[in-house]
Write a protein that binds this ligand. Structure first.
Ligand SMILES: *Cc1c(COP(=O)(O)O)cnc(C)c1O
Length: 376
């Protein structure tokens, strides 16, 4: 089976992990800060907080922005469930903004409309925006709308390390408060499991670090008592830390990030040129961004998606569907959401199909995938 995505590990990655295993520190050593700095520098952000998953990073981002009981968070239904779950972890309520059915990204028009019709006490504290498949959503326009309401923005950029929005790298937080990346093996670079939050706000980064480590501070200027062995827990926190072993893999992978993106873009171009567009619609890319192509997606109309899915699987091609709209998950239905609530998302879900894209795909494999699709 040709997987829709997979990690790309070379000997240098392996050596980097082995070096850590032979060193003094398996956790809380020098490699995690090096990795944080490398990702922050690449994206043009000030501070990085490495953690054990993007899910944890999303939780920390909500906590740092003060999301709590009684607050409301908005996100869009076309994402992995973690984009919405993070609000519920904090005791907040979740609501959704519908997507552009051609891209799966949050629709700026829908947001604008929803902000206008929502009574003030039901406005969100935070909006989590997703760069679907690595195609940047229009964060600047979104921020323009939310500023007047003092709504904070978290970018769930789990798909979008290496993507560009206008003149910016996704992650620089020019139009958001915090950006989150995932390093799960199918994502752009991997640490096995892992994630990172980037921000330009020192206070937010300090808060996220504290929440990621039990709510404990060792900064004596922040403590009531002073003693060399002393530490203080000042809030409830978690253990979301990334280990040195994971960070070593991530730091080593950063060396090939640009090559990974180049390869993904080259494969996407090839698909664009060679897929039969009479049979499939290719998911639209907005002109203000440049995708990292975490996923390559086509729209298969007229209820032909399911038979095509089955045919591709039978022919050894690991197609997938990203995503089942979050509001249709049984858990979210139990919170009161229903079929019909977000029609664009449901429409997008009906036709969408992810076909393989990752840096190690060979030309013959890509040709085989195109041939199998086109003969359908
Ligand atoms: C993968 C993913 C996550 C979760 O990432 P983990 O590192 O596995 O916790 C969150 N949001 C989106 C959009 C993702 O694709």
């Amino acid at each position: 089976m040709i997987p829709y995505g997979r990690q790309n590990i070379d000997q240098k990655d392996i050596d980097a992990v082995i070096d850590v295993l032979k060193s003094d520190f398996l956790t809380q050593g020098p490699v995690v800060p090096k990795f944080e700095q490398a990702v922050a520098d690449y994206c043009g952000a000030q501070y990085g907080v490495a953690v054990n998953s993007a899910t944890s990073a999303l939780h920390l981002a909500c906590l740092a922005l003060g999301v709590g009981k009684g607050d409301i968070v908005w996100t869009s239904p076309i994402s992995f469930v973690a984009s919405a779950n993070c609000a519920l972890y904090c005791g907040a309520n979740i609501d959704f903004i519908d997507v552009d059915p051609l891209t799966g990204n949050l629709s700026v028009d829908e947001l604008s409309h929803k902000l206008k019709i929502t009574p003030e006490k039901l406005l969100p504290k935070v909006i989590v925006v997703i760069h679907m498949a690595g195609n940047p959503c229009d964060v600047k326009s979104i921020a323009k709308l939310t500023q007047t309401y003092n709504i904070k923005i978290i970018e769930d950029a789990s798909h979008a390390l290496g993507a560009e929005y206008q003149i910016y790298k996704v992650g620089c937080c020019a139009h958001s408060d915090i950006t989150v990346f995932s390093f799960h093996p199918v994502k752009i670079i991997t640490t096995g499991e892992g994630g990172m939050a980037l921000t330009n706000d020192l206070m937010l980064s300090e808060r996220m670090k504290t929440y990621a480590s039990h709510g404990i501070t060792k900064d004596s200027t922040l403590m009531e008592m002073k003693a060399p062995w002393y530490y203080e827990q000042q809030s409830i926190g978690y253990n979301y830390r990334m280990s040195e072993i994971h960070a070593a893999l991530g730091f080593s992978q950063m060396n090939r990030l640009d090559i990974f993106i180049q390869k993904r873009r080259r494969i996407a171009d090839y698909y664009n040129k060679n897929l039969c567009t009479e049979k499939f619609e290719i998911v639209k890319q907005d002109e203000f961004g440049r995708s990292s192509y975490h996923l390559y997606m086509i729209l298969v109309k007229n209820d032909k998606r399911r038979p095509l899915y089955e045919k591709m699987k039978a022919n050894g091609v690991g197609v997938q569907v990203h995503y089942i709209p979050i509001h249709l998950q049984p858990f979210y239905r139990s919170l009161g959401f229903n079929l019909g609530d977000f029609p664009n998302s449901e429409e997008y879900y009906k036709d969408i199909l992810t076909i393989p894209i990752h840096p190690a795909l060979e030309v013959e494999q890509v040709n085989y995938i195109i041939g199998t699709l086109n003969e359908y």
